[in-house]
Design a binder for this molecule. Structure first.
Ligand SMILES: *[C@@H]1O[C@H](CO)[C@@H](O)[C@H](O)[C@H]1NC(C)=O
Ligand SMILES: *[C@@H]1O[C@H](CO)[C@@H](O)[C@H](O)[C@H]1NC(C)=O
Ligand SMILES: *[C@@H]1O[C@H](CO)[C@@H](O)[C@H](O)[C@H]1NC(C)=O
Length: 433
């Protein structure tokens, strides 16, 4: 075999059987040590603080610990670095979990993948990134999964709508980018969207365009039917709609000098047949609707490396949150889809059910407590109402004697004041005159 053949084979082998590689993994399972791996940006002085917690309910208090946004109405900017790599010829999987346990109203839940040359302490909303991926919620209308790719220095949003989860539980978000320029988005380990990068983003101009130079030929006949040129109006066809009444007579006492020239009234023509129209026949010259022909777009240049990034080196959270409390955990960047799914099963997969149970239990307890409280306060209210009624009766008796005259005086005074004011407003125009 020639060297080139060997090279080709080796290239194929590395693309298909790439060694499983974990570029980044963060589980937050070593106490405060995460602070040595994550760098908070100092670009602004008032970024919100992240804290380590499993939150109000969880499947496993240790395993479910993650970074939680802890202050309302704040920007957040934090990132972590890893050995730079390129995804050329490799699958790229980005995976993490998001839990909006605060019942989020408006806030980001996405990650950004940055080039290795990012200055982490200066990271901010406008820092150049390669990929932005994850849920974003604002109000009831905007609940989507962002998948934004930077291509030739421009950010491109996916042109499909992927709805994100908006409940209070932990959800797993996975983006897979294949080196054949296809992608897949999974939520909770199930595919929710997939396709090709070229079709679902506008990275490249359209492959085909309408030929701007093509125009409809002047003799192009688009009329499916025409009037029959051989059809003639019958001689007795009556087209006059109204005629003078042949039976009308000038009244005997008509005085032409006084009343003007007498004219007989008009009546509908009994023979009237409407406007005559020739019958329709199929147009022998009919050519169908003219369609602007398409041509290959001269601007289109294919790119089989749309997916490719050099020097991927930082993952970060760059967010705005109105209501804080979101917990991020289980970050993973790898070149192996199966491995990502396995890890997902071993992390999110084993705690998700227990998390739901704990929340249900908490809600039941909460409801019980509330019911008890309601019952108690109803009982208290009853006693209070009875006491109040007794007091009121006593007070009313006093009122009858003392308060009423005072009140009447007040009313009179008010009325007097009002009267004065009306006089004033009414008198002022007079004064001017
Ligand atoms: C692209 O690659 C993925 C993963 O290898 C494969 O499942 C998919 O069928 C490929 N798609 C195309 C259009 O070649
Ligand atoms: C349209 O015609 C002009 C002039 O002949 C030519 O230069 C141009 O390339 C044509 N455009 C396309 C898209 O074919
Ligand atoms: C992950 O778990 C699901 C559900 O139990 C299972 O169907 C799937 O095969 C698992 N995936 C891997 C890679 O182990």
């Amino acid at each position: 075999m020639t060297g080139i053949c060997w090279l080709l084979l080796a290239g194929l082998a590395s693309a298909v059987f790439a060694e499983p590689m974990v570029h980044f993994r963060e589980q937050f399972e070593d106490g405060d040590e995460w602070q040595t791996r994550w760098v908070e940006s100092k670009h602004k002085s008032d970024y919100g603080k992240f804290r380590l917690t499993a939150g109000k309910f969880f499947g496993d208090e240790e395993k479910d610990k993650g970074l939680q946004t802890s202050e309302d109405a704040k920007f957040y900017a934090i990132s972590s670095r890893f050995e730079p790599f390129t995804n050329e010829g490799q699958i790229l999987v980005i995976q993490f979990t998001v839990k909006h346990e605060q019942n989020i109203d408006c806030g980001g839940g996405y990650i950004k993948l940055f080039p290795a040359d990012l200055k982490q302490e200066e990271m901010h909303g406008d820092s150049t990134y390669f990929i932005m991926f994850g849920p974003d919620i604002c109000g009831t209308g905007n609940k989507k999964v962002h998948v934004i790719f930077n291509y030739k220095d421009k950010n491109h949003l996916i042109n499909k709508d992927i709805r994100c989860k908006d409940d209070e539980f932990t959800h797993l978000y996975t983006l897979i980018v294949h080196p054949n320029n296809t992608y897949e988005v999974k939520i909770d380990n199930a595919k929710v969207e997939s396709g090709t990068l070229e079709e679902d983003w506008d990275f490249l101009p359209a492959k085909r365009i309408l030929d701007p130079n093509a125009t409809k030929p002047e003799d192009w006949d688009e009329r499916e039917q025409i009037d029959d040129p051989d059809d003639r109006r019958p001689d007795d066809w009556e087209e006059i709609e109204h005629i003078t009444d042949p039976d009308a007579k000038r009244p005997d006492d008509w005085d032409a000098e006084m009343d003007g020239e007498w004219e007989p009234p008009m009546i509908p023509n009994p023979k009237y047949k409407g406007i005559w129209k020739p019958r329709k026949i199929d147009n022998p010259n009919f050519k169908g609707e003219w369609v602007q022909p398409e041509i290959d777009n001269p601007e289109y240049v294919p790119d089989d490396k749309i997916y490719k990034y050099e020097n991927i080196g930082v993952i970060g959270l760059d967010l705005w949150q109105v209501k804080s409390g979101t917990i991020f955990d289980n970050f993973l960047i790898t070149n192996d889809e199966i491995l990502a799914e396995e890890i997902a099963n071993e992390t999110w997969g084993v705690t998700t059910e227990a998390e739901k149970k704990m929340k249900e239990l908490q809600e039941e307890e909460e409801k019980k407590k509330q019911d008890d409280k309601d019952e108690k306060s109803t009982a208290e209210d009853k006693v209070a109402v009875e006491e109040e009624e007794e007091e009121e009766v006593e007070a009313d008796e006093e009122d009858d004697e003392e308060k009423e005259p005072d009140e009447d005086e007040d009313v009179e005074e008010e009325e007097e004041e009002e009267l004065e004011e009306t006089e004033k407003t009414e008198s002022s125009p007079k004064d001017e005159l």
